[in-house]
Design a protein around this ligand. Structure first.
Ligand code: SF4
Length: 378
């Protein structure tokens, strides 16, 4: 199973309770961004170039706990920035675990090995390591030679120390499906519990604007990657979200499904767009004009979006929305998606060269301007 039974049970009962109470819009995972500082500078990152005083700012543990209690989600993802740069991250994680929240601490793992002793293994805690592909592809993606080896050493150390370790992989145009599949094998061999994969989002401020995937390209790529699945692969994404990526299912975005809280407050409307901030979770839910977002709205910023943070909650909602959704999900959990057409795509795929690796200077002290922060792979 891709997640512990207790987690699956907690999430299922939470969603059913929301439905039983007739709650039309409910959050599933809190995206908690306690800081924007990072020790990487990825070319595909869009949350960039905050001034020094913003990069120095952090949420306190109390602010994090208040946000979690306000929105009441059973799961909390901690992206950023690089969470391991937050001096009180062990305290934040311990507080969330004590509240019985399932925590995914997203990290590029550059500091994971050296900071592992600050955390305790728990069924509630998973390190979600950002690895964008095999060595060459990952290093290119994060603009850091050697980044892959450090991340994988962090993965192995955390697995050996008894932690739950998952991964998140963000794919951009130029990704080679055959290499991604080989990467899945590497991750499973390294003892990773389960993997999440998502297309990147076209951040208009990202340094590299040429390598984002359009919807048609995304579906073709994910059909090739996720069909003809190996028995050894385990994923920590909703089966319906994965069918959506493969072009087998149409889902509408649920931007409220993964609300984002950062030093600015509750971000409107989703993890990717910044159309203002609300002081409280309720204000966020009440003041966003939700009909203006999602691909169907005609909003050009949503046109090509298929990201996990917008559509994972849609997949879960679909599962629990009807008996049909439930049955389709059960069938999907046992399907390998045999697909000759997808195999043909793989056989004929010619990998593109993505050119030489350009290392963007990793951020130094927060007093320096023009620093970039890492995309979380969502
Ligand atoms: S489609 Fe994407 S960008 Fe638009 S609201 Fe949904 S998650 Fe945000």
């Amino acid at each position: 199973m891709a997640v512990p039974v207790s987690q699956a049970w907690t999430v299922a009962t939470y969603v059913l309770k929301q439905k039983f109470n007739g709650r039309k819009r409910y959050p599933l995972v809190l995206m908690l961004e306690p800081l924007f500082r990072c020790n990487l500078a990825c070319a595909g990152c869009g949350k960039i170039q905050y001034p020094a005083h913003i990069l120095k700012a952090e949420l306190s543990p109390e602010e994090c706990f208040r946000a979690v209690e306000e929105c009441g989600t059973p799961m909390v993802a901690i992206p950023g920035g690089e969470p391991l740069l937050h001096p009180k991250m062990p305290e934040i994680v311990a507080g969330l675990v004590a509240r019985k929240k399932y925590v995914y601490m997203c990290t590029n793992a550059l500091l994971l090995k050296e900071k592992l002793h600050l955390f305790k293994p728990s069924k509630y805690l998973s390190f979600s390591v950002h690895v964008d592909g095999q060595r060459e592809h990952h290093d290119f993606s994060v603009c850091r030679e050697g980044g892959y080896d450090i991340a994988m050493a962090g993965v192995k150390a955390a697995v050996e120390a008894g932690f739950r370790v998952t991964t998140n992989t963000t794919l951009f145009d130029g990704a080679d499906p055959n290499s991604v599949r080989a990467h899945f094998d590497e991750l499973m061999t390294a003892g990773v519990e389960s993997m999440m994969v998502s297309p990147g989002y076209t951040y208009d401020k990202a340094p590299d604007q040429q390598h984002f995937l359009g919807r048609a390209k995304s579906k073709k790529m994910f059909r090739a990657i996720l069909s003809n699945r190996k028995k050894t692969w385990r994923f920590n994404a909703s089966p319906m979200f994965m069918e959506f990526l493969m072009g087998k299912k149409d889902l509408r975005c649920t931007p409220w499904g993964m609300p984002t809280f950062s030093i600015f407050g509750w971000q409107k409307p989703c993890y990717l767009l910044q159309d203002g901030y609300a002081d409280t979770f309720q204000e966020l839910m009440d003041t966003v004009q939700w009909e203006n977002y999602g691909t169907e709205s005609g909003n050009p910023r949503c046109a090509n979006c298929m990201v996990h943070s917008g559509y994972e909650a849609s997949g879960v909602n679909y599962t629990f929305g009807s008996l049909k959704g439930l049955l389709q999900t059960v069938r999907a959990m046992f399907s390998r998606y045999d697909d000759e057409g997808a195999q043909k795509i793989l056989n004929e795929w010619r990998p593109e060269s993505h050119g030489p690796l350009v290392q963007i200077a990793a951020p130094g002290p927060a007093s320096q301007p023009n620093q970039l922060q890492s995309v979380s792979g969502d």
